[in-house]
Design a binder for this molecule. Structure first.
Ligand SMILES: [Zn+2]
Length: 201
């Protein structure tokens, strides 16, 4: 694993961007944006790439909003934003688009579309995340997530972790995707229905 880092000024504040290269390709990299000196218990967001929302600003999921909100929180309180450069929950953008295409033609949600394609519903592996957090001397984590699988991934890797909820108000276009996350992926989105339509409050 190779490592480089440099100061980075962002819209949210000034931090340090680390790049950890695990192979020759861009998607082998894990990025970490660090804000402040790390406390014994560190606020962390582990975001896996969602090019459709983060680059093309798709409104069909909440990924862009989750990234912005966690950046705000991490620069406010100090912490690390870990970014995994692989779209489609680790399955890649090609698979993700094939799944979204099945959604458009056959009405499948992202869980059933992956099943139809013969892909595990959430093939993400957090071993590299464990490696970079260990490199940064993170001892325990408050993890910004609604995904119990991510919490378990860090705990299984030997980092004591508790969850910090990160709920984004749903929109008319993201509600179906968020219900799938809640009902089929086990995401903890208790406030989903009550938060609906509260965007303007
Ligand atoms: Zn997304």
């Amino acid at each position: 694993m190779e490592h480089a880092s440099a100061p980075l000024s962002t819209a949210f504040g000034n931090g340090v961007l680390h790049c950890f290269a695990f192979g020759p390709h861009e998607e082998d990299n894990i990025l970490c944006l660090q804000s402040g000196d790390l406390q014994p218990e560190v606020l962390v967001r582990v975001q896996s790439a969602c090019y459709t929302a983060e680059i093309f600003r798709s409104t069909d999921c909440d990924c862009h909003e989750q990234l912005e909100e966690s950046s705000r929180l991490i620069f406010r309180h100090g912490g690390v934003l870990v970014y995994m450069l692989c779209d489609g929950r680790g399955a890649g953008l090609l698979t993700k688009l094939r799944g979204l295409s099945l959604g458009a033609t056959d009405g499948l949600d992202t869980y059933d579309a992956y099943a139809r394609l013969g892909v595990a519903p959430d093939p993400r592996d957090y071993s590299r995340v464990i490696e970079v957090l260990t490199f940064l001397k993170v001892q325990s984590v408050r993890l910004l997530t609604n995904n119990p699988r991510k919490v378990a991934g860090l705990i299984d890797g030997g980092i004591p972790t508790v969850r910090e909820p990160l709920e984004i108000s749903p929109t008319d276009t993201s509600i179906a995707y968020l219900r799938t996350k809640r009902d089929k992926f086990g995401h903890l989105l208790d406030g989903l229905e009550s938060r609906r339509g509260n965007d303007n409050e």
